[in-house]
Design a protein around this ligand. Structure first.
Ligand SMILES: [Mn+2]
Length: 327
């Protein structure tokens, strides 16, 4: 819990911070925000991540110092593990032997840390980092503000997903006062992709169709499409949400070919339609409005199974209200 985290920071000096592989804006923003907070308190801290930091987050202060690490190669008094459901998510060997502080806003987090601070009411871990800053009597520096604002804006879909609360906006307001620039951060996230994203989007949207009810929309991405587009990781971010822009569409299925007859599938829904329950039927999981799974079979076979499971999750007189995607 928070008081244990405060106590730990006050009594120790040298910290590592990590997050999951292929980190999102909350993972990178919260890690860097915490790093700047620790440094402002006179502590030694660094962010370590296994793999690349996506281009959208590379302009954040401190992003160029993030070390790509496969194995824990330095001694820390403690390692903060940000936004991870389990100790394996960062993909860093040896982490399980370290003193770890698990900080997450997903209720499903395994309590793998030596200390666990889970707040499922927080819109993003970024909101928790802000609370930590206040609890420990730190000043919200411009660096902290920019990093934490990135976490909030990405995890709330620019403040429109259902996890957006009055507290989220209050924190965002404080961050702007402290120097975060919404337009600059927005540009970095939303208008900063390579052209390959547009090429990939063109091909994926060419596959869009709806089931006979018109309430479920399906998208497909083949391995060949990625090659043709020259796509990189992250180019398809958010594609699964595109068909939800149609009023009558209540749920979407985005199938990505990852091998011969093997697919990764993302599900999204509006309102009370619980796609996590649908994903669980196939061994996957997630949140009510955003979930994922893996499936094998032919394109049509796999799609039919998922769509039919989704149909059972729809209300009989379909009525989704708010659009939701909570990471
Ligand atoms: Mn998050």
């Amino acid at each position: 819990m928070l008081s244990q985290v405060v106590e730990l920071i006050e009594s120790k000096n040298n910290f590592g911070i990590t997050t999951h592989i292929k980190p999102d804006g909350d993972g990178v923003g919260s890690s860097l925000g915490l790093c700047w907070l620790l440094r402002s308190l006179g502590k030694e801290a660094e962010v370590i991540v296994h793999g690349d930091v996506p281009p959208a987050y590379r302009s954040l202060p401190g992003a160029d110092e993030i070390r790509d690490v496969k194995e824990l190669d330095r001694e820390y008094d403690a390692v903060f593990v940000i936004e991870c459901s389990d100790i394996g998510r960062p993909g860093i060997a040896g982490l399980e032997r370290a003193f770890t502080v698990n900080i997450d806003h997903h209720a499903t987090s395994e309590h793998f840390g030596t200390i666990n601070w889970i707040d499922s009411t927080a819109s993003a871990v970024g909101e928790m980092i802000y609370n930590l800053c206040k609890a420990i009597g730190g000043r919200v520096t411009k660096e902290i503000a920019e990093c934490v604002y990135m976490a909030l804006v990405t995890d709330t879909g620019s403040f429109h997903f259902p996890n957006t609360s009055d507290r989220t906006l209050k924190v965002a307001s404080e961050l702007i006062k402290a120097g975060a620039k919404p337009a600059t951060i927005g540009e970095a996230v939303y208008n900063n992709y390579p052209w390959s994203r547009i090429e990939l989007m063109r091909q994926v949207l060419d596959t869009v169709k709806r089931d006979d009810s018109g309430k479920i929309a399906m998208l497909r991405q083949t391995l060949a499409m990625k090659d043709v587009a020259g796509a990189i990781d992250g180019d398809n971010n958010g594609f699964v949400n595109i068909p939800l822009a149609a009023r009558d569409v209540l749920a979407t299925v985005y199938m990505r070919e990852v091998g011969s007859d093997q697919f990764r599938v993302s599900l999204r829904s509006k309102g009370d339609i619980n796609v996590a329950k649908v994903a669980e039927q196939f061994g996957g999981g997630g949140h009510k409005n955003a979930a994922g799974l893996r499936i094998e079979g032919s394109w049509d076979e796999a799609e039919t199974k998922i769509v039919s499971a989704l149909k059972h999750a729809l209300p009989s007189n379909g009525n989704g209200s708010s659009n939701g995607n909570h990471s």
